[in-house]
Design a protein around this ligand. Structure first.
Ligand SMILES: [Zn+2]
Length: 441
């Protein structure tokens, strides 16, 4: 049998356990449904759908660090896309490798491959940069430093076909729904309307956009980029469906544990004064699609309304290999489905560069700017701090105070346990130094 890469597949028979994490950059929950991603939804009965799932950040690297470590930003301290940081010993990829898994990441953008993907598995040759200037360079060259959804899945299949390992973890990251939104022409089924002013000039009058993209110079209607976003979402849906078909044809789909989620969402046409970017902590950026396919169709087709978070991915993976890890904050989703997990009252999220923090429950969002942190983007901010989940401001002092107290208590607890962890690491270091000085190590 020939693969789409033109090679023969003989090795799939040896796979014993396969775990796949698919992260869809910028894919907001209200654009992942029957209308926007129909290919996925025609088979939605194969998945468990978590309807109230939240990311811990609106920032790419920060969110992915949370998925792998099951820690809040306050704990792993990755507050930007320019934070070179090693994954800690408790990250789930390390536990998998310790158990003999081969782990591999295929990222859709260079900075993520360099800062995180290359820690998960073999170095990504497509994005092989060295030197300190890489981070700015990556942003400037963003459009050239991308890998399309088609290529991400092709690489994934190539890796699966080549691997001789019995147990495999594969992380596939799709960047197509990130500005400047990418899809092949055949997915762009909308009319392109010209404008007298450039997109940049039009947004300048209304709200905030990321100044890095030269595409904003185009003289087009403001709806052009949101339409491109929708096309990118259709394209992702099409490629992801092909990938699942491939796994099904190889008879490895049913036994595989698969997560599909987004690292964060996206503000499109001026949501909260933001255009085609992911800023602030409203549901457009924090409420994410979250689907899990457990092996043997367990719980397939169920819709879950409990609050779940990216924190829960690592504990679910780790329990699949029969381990427990106390440094993980999240809950095992498998336990939650069995009614044994701890139910969350609210979810906590933080903004890039430690600018904002928020909590939300099933009805409300409390969101505040962190004291003394400047609004370096000059984003127009809302006056209040309490909102309904659709972003409408609410004036209710009692609810606002209750949510603020919940958030402050959680922050206090996170800071106190982080301090204990740092003290314990410090003490381990001291013991190691003493043993070395005595010639034991
Ligand atoms: Zn992202």
């Amino acid at each position: 049998m020939k693969s789409i890469t033109g090679k023969n597949f003989f090795l799939f028979g040896v796979i014993s356990m396969l775990i796949i994490l698919i992260t869809l950059d910028c894919l907001r929950k209200d654009h992942f449904n029957e209308d926007y991603t129909p290919m996925f939804f025609k088979n939605t009965g194969e998945w468990v759908s978590f309807e109230n799932a939240f990311s811990q950040s609106q920032n790419t690297l920060s969110s992915h660090f949370t998925m792998f470590t099951s820690n809040y930003l306050m704990e792993h301290k990755v507050y930007s896309n320019f934070s070179p940081k090693k994954l800690p010993p408790h990250s789930f990829d390390k536990h998998l490798r310790n158990k003999g898994f081969e782990t591999k990441a295929i990222c859709g953008v260079s900075f993520l491959a360099n800062l995180l993907g290359n820690q998960i598995g073999e170095k990504d040759k497509k994005f092989d940069f060295e030197g300190n200037s890489i981070y700015r360079k990556c942003l400037r060259k963003l459009s050239k430093e991308r890998r399309s959804a088609e290529d991400v899945f092709k690489e994934g299949i190539r890796f699966l076909s080549k691997s001789k390992s019995r147990d495999i973890f594969l992380w596939l990251h799709l960047f197509d729904a990130h500005m400047p939104y990418f899809s092949p022409k055949k997915f762009k089924n909308f009319e392109i309307v010209k404008s007298e002013k450039s997109v940049k000039e039009q947004i300048d009058e209304k709200g905030w956009f990321s100044p890095y993209f030269k595409e904003y110079e185009k003289k087009l209607e403001l709806t052009y980029f949101p339409n491109c976003y929708k096309s990118a979402v259709s394209y992702i849906d099409y490629e992801m469906d092909n990938f699942f078909m491939f796994l099904k044809n190889k008879n490895i789909f049913d036994e595989t544990l698969i997560f599909v989620t987004a690292d964060h969402g996206e503000c499109l046409l001026g949501d909260h004064y933001i255009y085609c970017a992911h800023k602030k902590l409203f549901d457009d950026t924090i409420n994410v699609p979250f689907f899990v396919k457990f092996p043997q169709k367990i719980f397939s087709g169920e819709k879950v309304f409990e609050i779940v978070e990216h924190l829960d991915i690592a504990p679910t993976v780790i329990s699949r290999i029969g381990l427990e890890e106390e440094r993980l904050r999240g809950e095992d989703l498998f336990k939650l489905l069995h009614g044994k997990g701890k139910k969350r009252e609210f979810s906590f999220s933080e903004h890039v560069d430690n600018f904002m923090q928020s909590v939300r429950d099933d009805k409300y969002i409390y969101s505040e700017v962190v004291e003394n942190v400047p609004n370096k983007w000059g984003i127009k901010m809302e006056e209040g701090k309490l909102f309904t989940r659709d972003g409408t401001e609410v004036k209710d002092k009692n609810i606002e105070d209750t949510m603020k107290v919940k958030m402050d208590e959680l922050i206090k607890e996170i800071q106190s346990s982080s301090k204990k962890e740092e003290d314990s690491l410090e003490s381990d270091k001291k013991i190691e130094e003493q043993l070395k000085s005595l010639g034991y190590l």
